[in-house]
Write a protein of this length. Structure first.
Length: 265
């Protein structure tokens, strides 16, 4: 299936797509993966300002994002930037909502999902909620990795669990940029599997962390709500890193920013 075009936002190609299109593409990937075991693993990154700004100072992470099969506009500032570059009808493709749309589709089509990330307690809550909301959803397995770098043996065990579960879709919730690095590193060891990095979606849907009200999300104020909820963890991201996005966006709009993520001309 033909991939949607990508629009560069500060050097990151963000897919001009929608919830419906991502679900349709995922369906075709799952069907191909089931019929062709050697089909490549697929990587979908839901990318906000945080991811784009992280890529500015990390060339390897920038490469990972730009090599992903799909990069969805997860935050409203990214959506607004894409609209300013000519994609007037671009809408947000928000990770937590995308996860729910894919779970609904999976329940109807019999896709097997695997949950990778968070804690065992959070995974238990998340699993119960998803199966309550989407009767028939097949959760093939779950794995809560330690909050540190995995040893080679631990990583091999996680891969073994996913492969033996015969998962079609793996949702990865270990935050940016860790989840994108993990997905990129496992494309060859998880052939035929579609991986989605969905960040805080696990905590949201498990009921452990509240989401911003809809009006705040629509007006690009979700960052403020999350900062109020988790100031110690998120203050650096939202007060030091995110504000730099706005002037860089205007520089790109004026044609004064290199497309590779390098410094302005």
């Amino acid at each position: 299936m033909k991939q949607p075009p990508k629009q560069s936002v500060l050097g990151i190609g963000v897919s001009a797509t929608s919830y419906g299109e991502v679900c349709w593409i995922t369906r075709s990937w799952v069907e191909k993966g089931r019929n062709l075991p050697t089909a490549p693993g697929r990587c979908v990154c839901v990318t906000s300002v945080h991811g784009i700004m992280t890529s500015r100072s990390d060339a390897e992470f920038r490469r990972i994002l730009n090599e992903a099969d799909l990069v969805t506009p997860d935050g409203m500032p990214v959506v607004w930037a894409m609209r300013s570059f000519g994609l007037r009808r671009q809408s947000r493709v928000y990770g937590p909502n995308l996860m729910l749309a894919l779970c609904e589709q999976a329940a109807h089509l019999g896709h097997r999902i695997f949950l990778y990330g968070a804690t065992q307690e959070t995974l238990g809550l998340l699993s119960r909620n998803l199966q309550k909301w989407y009767p028939g959803l097949h959760i093939a397995g779950m794995y809560a990795p330690p909050f540190r770098a995995l040893t080679a043996e631990e990583d091999a065990e996680a891969v073994r669990r996913i492969r033996e579960s015969r998962a079609d879709i793996v949702f990865v919730g270990i935050s940016t940029p860790k989840q994108e690095r993990w997905m990129s590193a496992h494309r060859s060891t998880l052939p035929g599997v579609v991986m989605f990095g969905v960040g805080a979606a696990f905590d949201f849907h498990a009921g452990r962390v509240s989401q911003a009200p809809g009006w705040m999300q629509r007006h690009g104020l979700e960052w403020f709500y999350r900062l109020l909820m988790e100031p110690r963890r998120l203050w650096k991201r939202y007060l030091l890193e995110t504000p730099l996005f706005l002037p860089l966006w205007f520089l790109q709009l004026a044609g004064l920013l290199r497309d590779t993520g390098e410094a302005p001309l």
